[in-house]
Ligand binder design. Sequence first.
Ligand code: ZN
Ligand code: ZN
Length: 260
Amino acid sequence: MGDGQWFTVTELDESTYAISECGHWENVHSYLLIGAKEAVLIDTGLGIGSMKTVTDSLTDLPVSVITTHVHWDHIGSHGEYQRIYVHEAEKDWLTDGIKGLPIEHIRRDVSRDITKPVPAGFSAETYTPFRGEPSGTLQDGDTVGCDSRPLVIYHTPGHSPGHICIFDPASGYLFTGDLLYTGAPIYAFYPTTDPVQLIQSLEKISAIGRVKKVFGGHHQLGLAPDILQEAGHAAQHLKMHGLAKHGTGMHRFKSLSFQF
Ligand SMILES: [Zn+2]
Ligand SMILES: [Zn+2]
């Protein structure tokens, strides 16, 4: 199978694409935002297929990668790009790897429950998450993408310390990575997660105005903006009932669920 067939490309509008990996149990989404002189790629997927093959077929412009967070399932094809940006709090994860996550565990997760033929170049036995120096680091409030389509960075820790959400005011799209998606629980139960911060981050993004659509890093593609209201209410509920703690288990709301 070719790399192109591994990915499913969805045109969200004439200059925005979702690049999805529906053949994998994680159903990961990356997003390509095309400006006038350059393009931004939000995350690079699992690394089972070549993301660059896909982005090359969609644009001739130079592509900068913005990393929502440095988990292996979002940095898979980082090595194929020259310009990579990450929040300053996870720069060392990108250069040194995440401590305490055994490679055997990652190789098992990347290769299980796959429902599509994988590209010929993929091997679970030798799969190794990307490591490398970013071209630059990001902070809360930064504006990136210097041409016609400036994007606003929101630092949203909790799922991981340097997790970011990216808002595109031109389209009203909010890209929420692993802070907010539906179709599976949002995770904050292992040591590098922080349920209290995750809840603060949900409150933070629920206050962003002019959001027309929300795009998460996994599962259901494209959520109506009222999901932000639900996220805000869920955050208040969890806080009020003292549930923002590791070990409190699964918390289910209307479309959202959380595992702490
Ligand atoms: Zn993650
Ligand atoms: Zn993820």
